[in-house]
Design a protein around this ligand. Structure first.
Ligand SMILES: Cc1cc2nc3c(=O)[nH]c(=O)nc-3n(C[C@H](O)[C@H](O)[C@H](O)COP(=O)(O)O)c2cc1C
Length: 158
């Protein structure tokens, strides 16, 4: 069975997009169809697409989602759609130097989607830019197992 994965990218300086590109390259193989969308201009209706979702987002300001993610985040808050059919993962990017708000961008999406009834696949990743480990490396290691879990979740909801 073909699994569709939509990766939604929230980014300010492109790092989260590099992560998404790495994941798309490793996952997209004919059995798994991956589409990566920058969050710019998206609203809550994006979650009407078929398949599972990965939120891949960094953190800015005082623990905020990046500017290009704000419209989507605020639209979800305003419309509060029933997302109980939605299965999603979160790959968050942040920096532990911001101790009080570490990885809040991913956490904000995770908390909101859960409130709207969606179920997360796997653990929320919290990449730390101050760790010296490249986020693409973290993604490559984490991505194989997440793909298995995502394919199983997609098969259950199909
Ligand atoms: C101005 C600024 C504010 C930031 N604020 C936070 C923050 O509050 N919490 C956090 O975990 N990381 C914070 N970060 C770190 C970024 O989320 C991190 O560097 C990330 O890898 C950037 O990814 P991007 O290029 O996709 O936007 C901040 C970075 C900058 C430059």
């Amino acid at each position: 069975m073909t699994t569709k994965i939509t990766v939604l990218v929230g980014t300010m300086t492109g790092t989260a997009q590099l992560v998404a590109q790495e994941l798309e390259l490793t996952w997209d193989d004919g059995d798994t169809l991956v589409e990566t969308l920058l969050m710019d201009g998206l609203d809550a209706s994006v979650f009407e697409r078929e398949g599972v979702f990965l939120i891949c987002t960094s953190t800015y300001g005082q623990g905020d989602v990046p500017d290009n993610a704000k419209k989507l985040y605020e639209d979800l808050q305003a419309k509060r759609p029933d997302l109980s059919q939605l299965r999603y993962g979160v790959f968050g990017l942040g920096d532990r130097t911001y101790a009080e708000t570490f990885n809040f961008g991913g956490k904000r999406f995770d908390d909101l989607l859960a409130e709207l009834g969606a179920q997360r696949i796997g653990e929320r990743v919290q990449h730390d830019a101050s760790s010296g480990v490249l986020p693409e490396e973290t993604a490559a290691e984490w991505g194989a197992e997440w793909l298995e879990q995502a394919r199983a979740a997609a098969a259950q909801t199909a």
